[in-house]
Ligand binder design. Structure first.
Ligand SMILES: NC(=O)c1ccc[n+]([C@@H]2O[C@H](COP(=O)([O-])OP(=O)(O)OC[C@H]3O[C@@H](n4cnc5c(N)ncnc54)[C@H](OP(=O)(O)O)[C@@H]3O)[C@@H](O)[C@H]2O)c1
Length: 284
């Protein structure tokens, strides 16, 4: 039964990292509400398992499956192209996929392009995806980008953005999440004239999911605790005009100070644009 308090029937929603955790729960709830699901995963078996489960539990749900490893900007660009080719519209892009702090927090990992892995998956991939799907989002306006961030935020050191000198996994995660919030503010400005809102959210504290268990933290919340406020950002008509904000659950609030430093945002934008430019459409 659909218990969402707002209409999602027929809305096309792309959720990255929909194979488990928060992404899977959002997909289940949106399927109940009649949304058309564009489900993303990186592993074919896990993606099929998630999509098959939703189809079994919610007969009649319309689900389209998209495979891409977001640690490879070539695959991010291909994902955006595949969505634009196959979907007639896109009402909401939910950038949810994540690499957490990891079980060995001293082990620095890199993406296919050699970028620090957390920055690549948690910041560069969502940025490139939103930019590449900008036309489709604008054509579907009013539409939304929901960036699933975190209250775990750490300032970026622009002399060592890729953390080559002093690596620590949780710090890398927190920097990538602040980068995501900083780009949310810039992207909101860029997309506002086209009727596309862009907001970031900390869904809930220490939900019982893989990234939390893997990092050795004790879960303090169920996944539904994070799904509820995230679903509001995805669909609540009362939030349609709200853009460029960071929410802690349902509360619009202030992110780390660096997010509001225009110089820091310009520095981050310069680095990010340079890294995604070879993969981004010219008019995204
Ligand atoms: N859990 C919390 O307490 C908490 C707190 C604050 C914020 N958040 C945020 O909530 C969001 C969801 O997190 P979660 O806790 O639900 O995490 P999760 O259960 O670990 O799920 C992570 C998802 O991201 C996917 N993913 C990881 N690396 C990928 C890659 N390289 N390419 C494509 N997909 C990839 C995973 O795919 P596989 O299934 O293939 O691994 C999975 O679907 C994240 O943005 C996270 O930062 C969570």
């Amino acid at each position: 039964m659909n218990d969402l308090l707002f209409p999602m029937h027929g809305k096309h929603v792309l959720i990255t990292g929909a194979t488990r955790g928060l992404g899977l729960r959002l997909a289940e709830r949106l399927a109940e509400a009649g949304a058309v699901l564009l489900l993303h995963g990186r592993d074919p078996e896990r993606l099929d398992a998630a999509a098959d489960r939703i189809e079994r539990e919610r007969p009649g749900a319309e689900i389209h499956r998209f495979l891409a490893d977001l640690s490879d900007l070539d695959q991010v660009a291909a994902l955006a192209k595949s969505v634009a080719d196959r979907a007639p519209r896109l009402d909401v892009l939910v950038n949810n996929a994540v690499v957490g702090g990891g079980s060995d927090t001293a082990r620095r990992e890199v993406s296919a392009q050699g970028h620090e892995l957390r920055l690549a998956v948690n910041h560069l991939a969502p940025l490139l995806l939103a930019r590449s799907l900008g036309r489709l989002l604008a054509a579907s306006a009013p539409s939304r980008v929901v960036n699933v961030a975190s209250l775990g935020q750490a300032p970026l050191d622009f002399d060592d953005v890729m953390l080559e000198r002093e690596y620590e996994g949780v710090r890398a995660y927190c920097q990538s999440k602040l980068a995501m919030i900083m780009s949310t503010i810039d992207m909101a400005e860029r997309f506002e004239p086209q009727g596309v809102s862009v907001n970031a959210i900390h869904p809930a504290h220490l939900m019982d999911t893989e990234i939390v268990r893997q990092s050795g933290f004790t879960p303090l919340a169920g996944v539904d605790e994070g799904a509820e406020p995230t679903l509001r950002l995805i669909g609540d008509p009362a939030l349609q005009e709200v853009t460029g904000r960071y929410f802690e659950q349902s509360q619009p609030t202030k992110a780390h100070d660096q997010a509001y430093d225009p110089e820091a945002r310009a520095q981050l934008a310069a680095v990010s644009e340079r890294l995604i430019a070879p993969y981004a459409p010219g008019d995204g």
